[in-house]
Each structure stands twice: as C-alpha cells, then as structure tokens.
Write a protein that binds this ligand. Structure first.
Ligand code: SAM
Length: 233
C-alpha cells in the first residue's frame, strides 16, 4: 500500500485533541470524550471477545496501545474484566493526564487497578517498553495502528516506518502465546492481516464480526477487528 499522510499521524494533533477533551471534561464531568468506532459498537464487541476467550476475564495482564482517553479500559472494566494489571499507554502526555484524571475522579472504586503511562512503544529506548518485556497476555489496539500508518515518522536511524517495526515492538511486551487484538478502519481485513503477520512474529487467529456493506461489487465492513497469536519461538 502506498504511504498516506494525515494530521492524524502527528503527536501534535493528539496532544491538542486530548488537551481539549480534558478541558471539556473539567467543564462537564459527563463529557468523557470521543469513543472511536462507537458506531460499530467496537468496544462492546472487544469486551465480549475478551470475556469469551479469557476465563473470568483473566488476561494475564492487559495493555491498551494508544489508549487516548482510556475509554476502552473503562468499558472493559464496567463489563466485568478483572482490573489487575490493566494498563493504557500513549505517547501523548495530554492523553495520559486526561485518562488518569477520569479514573481518579470516578466516585466508585471500579476503576482501581487501571494505570496509564506515557510511552512511544515504537522507540527502542522507550522506558515503558524496556520495563515491559514479556509482561502482557493480551494487547489491544483500537485505532493506533491506523494513526501509525498515517505518520511520516521514521525509526531505527530513519530507515523504517512505524508499521514496519510495529509487530516486533508489540511482541516484545507479550507473554508466550499472547494475543494481539487490532481494530482498524484504515485497513481491510486482508491488509491488516498482511501488515501484522508479514514478519512471521504473529499468526492470524480469528476475527470479530461487524455488519457487512456492499458497494460497487465489493463487500466489506467499515471496521475490522482481528485477533493474532504470538508465534512460539
Ligand atoms: C485514533 S486514536 C485512538 C485512541 C483510542 N485507542 C480510542 O480507541 O479511542 C490513536 C491513538 O494512538 C496514539 N498513538 C499514535 N502513535 C502512537 C505511538 N507511537 N505510541 C503511543 N501512542 C500512539 C495517539 O496519541 C492516539 O491516542
């Protein structure tokens, strides 16, 4: 696929989005910010998938990559997932501040155990990445690979794009046989599978089902969620 460039691929954009969402929340505590792919009920489908596949919601440690306002973790928690070791990471400090504030200012204790950290997990010298070797049984990405795809930032001495190094970085944080669940609106299911499995680090496992539309002879869904398994090495 040819590279695409968009403001959605810049940290500056996400900083301003979450700074604004935080401000809105301070003015109105019912305003929790934007929930990506809510039209497709993506969070509820992800939550149901996790409850169906992990006994009593025990994931062996869950990380939400590019957590934004942390909405997904709050939803999973409300759906009954055990909170222990539920971590959201994001390279935007504004995202981390807002998500942390949402959890800390909640009147009940249902969100205790959810933590947020600033991290650009694509950077080899990232502190969180380096402290999180083989730490998570489940890593969830909702819209973050999409944003990385739209970024022009290069890594490893300017030689490799974010999507090229994504599988290896994510895998380094996973326990053996860990699951990666990626939700995207940029990639078709086929493209998403190719992007994540091309290095032989992950293999396709299964996918979640969304309503299918047909247009100009092509069939597809607006959103895809694919589950991958870490390959044993
Ligand atoms: C489309 S938003 C999705 C946010 C959230 N997952 C949701 O579903 O609402 C993409 C998120 O990825 C974060 N992000 C993009 N590149 C990142 C990177 N390299 N490391 C960490 N976070 C990143 C952005 O700051 C933003 O919060």
């Amino acid at each position: 696929m040819p590279p695409r460039v968009s403001v959605l691929g810049t940290k500056k954009h996400w900083d301003s989005v979450y700074a604004q969402e935080h401000l809105n929340y301070r003015n109105n505590s019912k305003d929790l910010g934007e929930c990506w792919y809510s039209d497709s009920d993506a969070e509820e489908k992800i939550g149901q998938f996790v409850l169906d596949h992990f006994k009593r919601g025990k994931t062996g440690g869950l990380c939400d990559l590019g957590t934004g306002n942390g909405h997904l973790l709050l939803t999973l928690s409300k759906m009954g997932l055990l909170n222990s070791n539920m971590v959201g990471i994001d390279y935007s400090q504004d995202s981390v501040s807002f998500a942390t504030d949402l959890v800390n200012s909640s009147s009940d204790d249902q969100y205790t155990g959810i933590c947020f950290y600033r991290s650009n997990f694509l950077l080899l010298n990232d502190q969180f990445l380096n402290k999180s070797s083989a730490r998570f049984g489940l890593i969830i990405d909702k819209g973050t690979l999409d944003a990385i795809y739209l970024s022009t930032t290069k890594y490893e001495d300017g030689k490799r794009s974010g999507i090229q190094i994504y599988p290896a970085r994510v895998a380094s944080m996973m326990k053996p046989a860990g699951i990666l669940l990626v939700t995207s609106c940029n990639f078709t299911a086929k493209e998403l599978i190719k992007t994540v499995t091309k290095d032989g680090i992950f293999k396709y496992w299964t996918q979640l089902h969304y309503p299918v539309f047909e247009f100009g002879g092509f069939k597809g869904s607006a959103v895809n969620t694919i589950a991958f398994r870490l390959i044993d090495r």
